[in-house]
Design a protein around this ligand. Structure first.
Ligand SMILES: [Zn+2]
Length: 322
């Protein structure tokens, strides 16, 4: 069953609560319970399995900034021409737009393939490239943007091309949402996609797979700041075991194979010197899927910063807020 990371932000709070991995049904329940309360709601664009391993995503884009409307119009035209399909377009609630094309890119690197596809369609000044990383979140359809008081709202392509930004904002003043239908597509809709366009998408996937192979090892995601620094520094005395365990759990949770993960360790001399120790811990960790979070782990928290997507993260402890 597919899951997504879900988060919300209460009115007046600067930070959203930490992301929780939930099934689609649980997310629908949360949306039902929380939407009326006016909190800001977000869910990951990517789908995950129950262990938090990335399964895939639709083709998507987030455009923001002064030229967002112009760029979104051009991007939608380019998609219509190249993929013979009408993407869903959403006004974000602030000044930007989310574009979602109903085609499912499977695999842990889905967002990197989507990024390549966007670059293949043109150059986009207002495209936010940060969304092509793991666990990226979009505001949910119908959810309020507290800065503007406007709601994330789906607009038709006619509205996109005919209306100016002020008029689009005018239709985003009330919450319209079908909680049974999340705005992110289901894998099954792939069948509706044009056959010729499907070939083009497959070419991107194959090209990407080849590029990965030629690199010799796969890094499915950027290293988090804490793991990057842990990996590059020699551990303090008495912390070797726990540091190796955390790094191993990080790699395992990001779908790196055992060999790929060992390669990552062995790029550093201090790990080469303790090769046997790393191997022993790695073998234990790789016996089953891992979860990773840095909250409460002193050896990680000293390296962690606000950019870390695992900062403040507790795994699988979500209790539905009512
Ligand atoms: Zn961290």
């Amino acid at each position: 069953m597919s899951h997504k990371y879900f988060a919300y932000r209460k009115l007046g709070n600067k930070y959203m609560n930490s992301q929780k991995l939930l099934g689609y049904g649980q997310i629908a329940n949360c949306v039902n319970a929380l939407m009326k309360t006016g909190v800001e709601l977000f869910s990951s664009i990517q789908d995950y399995d129950q262990y938090g391993r990335c399964l895939g995503s639709p083709i998507y884009a987030d455009l923001d900034g002064p030229t967002a409307l112009q760029d979104t119009r051009q991007l939608v035209s380019a998609i219509q021409e190249e993929y013979m399909s009408n993407p869903q377009v959403f006004f974000s609630g602030n000044k930007g737009f989310h574009v979602i094309l109903d085609y499912y890119i499977a695999g842990p690197d889905c967002h990197l393939i989507v990024k390549e596809m966007m670059d293949g369609l043109g150059s986009w000044k207002s495209l936010d490239y940060a969304v092509y990383t793991q666990r990226r979140q979009f505001r949910l359809e119908g959810a309020k943007h507290h800065k503007t008081g406007l709601f994330k709202t789906r607009i038709s392509t006619d509205e996109l091309f005919m209306l100016e930004l002020e008029a689009i904002k005018g239709i985003a003043t009330k919450s319209i949402v079908d909680t049974n239908k999340q705005q992110h597509i289901d894998k099954d809709t792939i069948e509706d996609f044009d056959a010729e366009a499907r070939v083009k998408v497959t070419a991107y996937q194959e090209e990407y797979a080849k590029a990965i192979q030629s690199k010799g090892h796969v890094l499915h995601t950027q290293l988090s700041p804490c793991i990057e620094k842990c990996l590059a520094s020699k551990p303090f005395d008495g912390e070797w075991n726990i540091v190796i365990t955390s790094i191993a759990r990080f790699f395992n949770s990001r779908n790196l194979s055992y060999d790929q993960a060992m390669d990552m360790f062995m790029q550093y001399e201090h790990w080469q010197d303790d090769y046997k120790h790393v191997e022993k811990v790695m073998k234990t960790i790789y016996q089953r899927p891992s979860l990773f979070g840095c909250k409460g782990a002193e050896h990680l928290e000293r390296f962690c910063d606000v950019l870390c997507e695992f900062n403040n993260k507790e795994e699988l402890d979500f209790k539905l807020v009512r």
